[in-house]
Design a protein around this ligand. Structure first.
Ligand code: NAD
Length: 507
């Protein structure tokens, strides 16, 4: 276990910022990022004011009027260069992500790798903004769809993936001809500066309009500008369901477009035929990895009554081997919670679970409090629950895994779907029929449904997002690019006549 001093951390962060090309902050400013690794303040930054945020939207809008006319494959060149710079500075950006989000270096680098992957994807997509051609019902007519840039995209992002989710939005938005104003989590302003600076360099080197991307370092009050300004055509917001509930209706009120990526309460079903070795590894990574702070973290385990005792016994043994601590020590697997609020939420949830009949099988204690009183390291915990009670139905953003049992698959699927959220899901089985039922329309009601793999760790090639209180948005791969464009249906008449659709006669 390494308990490094803040000076070491500060130096590491300043060196990484400098490597990314960010001018050294002058040490003034009221926006303080606290590292969850030690709980101490990092480099202070200056907050963006309301007026500056309004100006950022205005500049992004002006830049859009130019950018939308640049051919899409040429727009792709900026994103290609961004991907190259991210590859070159993968470690630097990962250091910033680790300092602010508390991830292991492997996961922090994995986050930057996702950025690189989406850049590759978006560059390809820049040559594939396909529209369909449909047969017209009228002779001498052609019917087709064309896709056009949408406008300014306001990206609001969460602390737990401080740069990857931003890049999913930004890489696609830019090739689609949109411009971007980004409001990152106020807890991860330094990672944001690093990622933004690398994009600024790519933009400058590619000769694209300078203002196609803007960074707003502020809290939700200034974020409200993105929500309210009618020039922001799409608000892509990632965070809690509470946040989505606030901003969704506001954007709808002005008929803006919203892409919401909100909370999850992800479950896996383990059937009697499951390969328990494989299930064990999948569950431990998904439930305890990233200290339970992924939107796709596994929070519920629904296990057949015939295997529940064996599986929980093995899970408890595996949890006891997890190394917890400052993840700058590369042997550490479980890092800190983001802050005291998260720690309190975890403690409260454990208490509520016990009050609702739960039995704590392992974990749930705070560790390293004496060495680092301002950092919040918690043992991942497993709680056996008699029912899917109130606390199980809520997302607690911490490493708590609730275990419940079932006797037939219908019951398991009913239990699985009986929560307000609908992000990610999994079944562990070697019975093909069970897997197919889980993936069918009558099976999992989530946006992501997996077989023999945990709920977390998605690839960028698929569309990412979920249903119900998760918000219904889709980002990243597949046809998610369409959200960042507007569609026009075009009818071209080359018949020299004017037949009306549906055979209507007039004049
Ligand atoms: P949060 O909701 O507290 O904040 C997210 C972002 O929204 C921050 O930038 C915050 O400043 C901003 N914000 C909050 N209220 C706002 C408002 N009224 N107007 C404008 N901006 C506002 O979430 P968090 O604690 O940073 O992240 C954890 C949550 O995010 C969890 O619920 C997790 O499940 C969710 N999440 C979801 C996904 C997904 O893809 N579905 C991905 C990552 C995180």
């Amino acid at each position: 276990m390494t308990v490094s001093t803040i000076t070491q951390l500060q130096d590491r962060v300043l060196a990484a910022l400098e490597a990314c090309g960010v001018p050294t902050p002058d040490g003034s400013g009221e926006l303080l990022t606290r590292s969850p690794l030690t709980g101490e303040a990092l480099v202070p930054l200056t907050r963006t004011t309301l007026a500056e945020a309004e100006d950022a939207v205005a500049r992004a809008h002006e830049a859009f009027l130019e950018w939308r006319d640049v051919p899409a494959p040429e727009r792709g060149r900026v994103v290609k260069r961004w991907g190259e710079l991210l590859t070159e500075h993968k470690r630097d950006l990962a250091i910033l992500v680790q300092a602010e989000a508390g991830k292991s270096m492997s996961e922090a680098e994995g986050e930057v790798q996702e950025m690189i992957d989406i850049c590759d994807f978006a560059v390809g997509q820049s040559r594939m903004l396909y529209g369909k051609t449909m047969p017209s019902e009228r002779p001498g007519h052609r019917l087709m769809e064309t896709w056009h840039p949408l406008g300014v995209v306001g990206v609001i992002s969460a602390f737990n993936f401080p740069v990857a989710v931003y890049s999913w939005n930004t890489a696609l938005a830019l090739v689609c001809g949109d411009t971007v104003v980004w409001k990152p989590s106020e807890m991860c302003a330094l990672s944001a500066l690093g990622a933004h600076q690398l994009l600024a360099r790519a933009v400058a080197e590619s000769g694209a309009p300078e203002d196609i991307h803007q960074l707003v370092l502020a809290g939700r009050d200034v974020g409200a500008i993105l929500v309210e300004d009618p020039r922001v055509a799409l608000v892509s917001a990632t965070g809690s369901t509470r946040m989505g509930r606030e901003i969704g209706p506001q954007v709808a009120q002005r008929f803006g477009r919203c892409l919401l990526e909100l909370g999850g309460n992800n479950a896996a079903i383990v059937t009697p035929s499951a390969d328990l070795d494989l299930a064990l590894r999948g569950i431990v990574f998904a439930a305890a990895g990233t200290a339970g702070q992924r939107c796709t973290t596994m929070r519920r385990l629904i296990v057949h009554e015939s295997v529940v005792d064996t599986l929980t016994e093995r899970l408890v043994a595996a949890y006891r081997t997890l190394t917890i601590g400052d993840p700058r020590d590369e042997s550490v697997l479980v890092g800190p919670l983001i802050n005291e609020g998260s720690y309190r939420a975890m403690v409260d949830a454990i208490e509520a679970a016990v009050a609702q009949g739960g039995e704590v099988l392992v974990g749930g204690n705070r560790v390293l409090a004496a060495e680092m009183p301002d950092a919040y390291y918690m043992e991942p915990t497993i709680i056996r629950m008699p029912t899917q009670s109130e606390v199980v139905r809520e997302e607690t953003f911490a490493p708590i895994l609730y275990v419940m049992t079932y006797s037939d698959l219908d019951e398991a699927i009913t239990l699985h779907n009986d929560v307000p959220q609908g992000l990610s899901s999994a079944i562990f089985t070697t019975d093909q029929a069970e897997a197919e039922i889980f993936l069918s329309g009558a099976g999992s009601d989530c946006g992501i449904a997996n077989v023999n793999i945990g709920t977390s760790g998605a690839e960028i090639g698929g569309a990412f997002g979920g249903e119900k209180e998760t918000g219904g948005g889709r980002e990243s791969g597949s046809d998610s690019w369409q959200t960042y464009m507007r569609r026009a249906t075009n009818t071209i008449n080359y018949s020299g006549q004017l037949p009306l659709a549906q055979g209507v006669k007039f004049l």
